[in-house]
Design a protein around this ligand. Structure first.
Ligand code: SF4
Length: 366
């Protein structure tokens, strides 16, 4: 590759970052030595995977209060860990973080990049970021923001990701010259705040040498990623209550929803709505919402139905006392129904006949 020398090209980034950097709770003032709390860097990097900085800040602060070091996190009950992560999404990260903390608590921090990459949940990007920011290793970290900045700076046509090995080799001398922690965070900061998808080139310290800006190509470098159309579904989300208890699915051991309690759900297509009949069985249906995930969109219709007494639930369901509900880790969609249950002034709307839903929650012999 005939790219210009990275220490020279990226030199303006260092003073810009010292001036413009955001004050974030996991950042230290001293960018020239190892970070005094590598665990804080690890927590922040895991939280920042897939999640915006503004969302992460309060979670990070509470997390460090509750689990101040790897040993505390390693020993924490799984429910407490998921509860502290509740609302951040991608819950696998919480489990990986706890497993990584257990490894660090037992064996100490790895001595090199390969060792960091072997910790659960890190992968090449996070390992390199932790290596550079926590330990000052010249290990270039390439995430989506950094790929975008480099693609524009160097006028890389097409998807820059296949060039990752070349880009890492190109970046390493700049990290050595200007400080691994400073350069890594400066590139991330530039991608997050200036060289965003719609870039603010007038505010960019690299505007002079930026090849895409000079060529008038900032709009098409890098090309927009093609996204598959999300799958759509429509479901009832049911809070079935009896004797001050509600029915929930306990957490699965594995999979995307591992660690989370869940309300029972039913495909809306199999339960067509009927007008609510005033009667002895209180039913509350709220206006629904669309829950957006990476690859699917769910039209959610929440329901609250009372039955007189607890029955033997179907396999995979468990009665939980209402007073314990607030302490259980739930995913975003299910938190919303929990919050609705606690909202006064519930108004009955059109609801489905709940009998089929109730039957589906009961064990066959009940
Ligand atoms: S000049 Fe514009 S396109 Fe180039 S790196 Fe800076 S913000 Fe990005």
């Amino acid at each position: 590759m005939s790219w210009p020398s990275s220490p020279e090209l990226l030199a303006p980034l260092a003073p810009w970052f010292d001036r413009a950097r955001r004050d974030l709770p996991w950042r230290t003032a001293d960018l020239d030595g190892p970070h005094p709390a590598p665990y804080a860097v690890l927590v922040s990097e895991l939280m920042l995977q897939q999640t915006q900085v503004a969302t992460v800040i309060p979670y990070f602060t509470r997390w460090l209060e509750e689990f101040p070091d790897p040993g505390a996190l390693a020993e924490a009950p799984e429910d407490a860990v998921h509860k502290a992560w509740e609302g951040l999404g991608y819950y696998r990260r919480a489990r990986y973080l706890q497993a990584a903390a257990a490894s660090v608590a037992a064996e100490g921090w790895p001595a090199d990049l390969e060792g960091l990459a072997d910790l659960p949940g890190l992968g090449p990007y996070t390992a390199a970021a932790v290596g550079a920011i926590a330990f000052q290793w010249p290990t270039p970290a390439l995430d989506g923001n950094v790929f975008r900045v480099l693609a524009r700076l160097l006028l890389i046509e097409g998807d820059p990701k296949p060039l990752a090995p070349d880009l890492r080799s190109w970046l390493a001398p700049a990290l050595k010259a200007h400080g691994p922690s400073r350069m890594t965070q400066a590139l991330m900061e530039l991608g997050a705040t200036v060289c965003a998808p719609a870039p603010a080139c007038a505010a960019c310290p690299l505007a002079g040498p930026c090849a895409a800006r000079r060529a008038g190509r900032t709009g098409d470098i890098p090309p927009a990623a093609k996204r598959a159309k999300p799958k759509a579904s429509s479901l009832w989300l049911l809070a079935l209550e009896a004797e001050a208890h509600v029915l929930l699915h306990p957490p699965a051991a594995r999979g995307l929803l591992a660690g989370l309690w869940r309300w029972p759900t039913f495909e809306a297509a199999s339960h067509s709505p009927q007008p609510t009949v005033p009667g002895p069985r209180p039913i509350v249906a709220w206006p629904g919402w669309v829950q957006v995930y990476t690859h699917r969109r769910e039209a959610v219709s929440p329901l609250h139905v009372h039955v007189e007494s607890r029955f033997t639930p179907a396999e995979g369901l468990r009665w939980v006392a209402r007073e314990e509900l607030r302490g259980l880790p739930l995913g975003k969609r299910d938190q919303r129904l929990r919050d609705l249950l606690e909202t006064p002034g519930q108004v009955p709307l059109e609801a489905p006949d709940p009998e089929s839903l109730i039957r589906a929650c009961a064990a066959p012999s009940a």
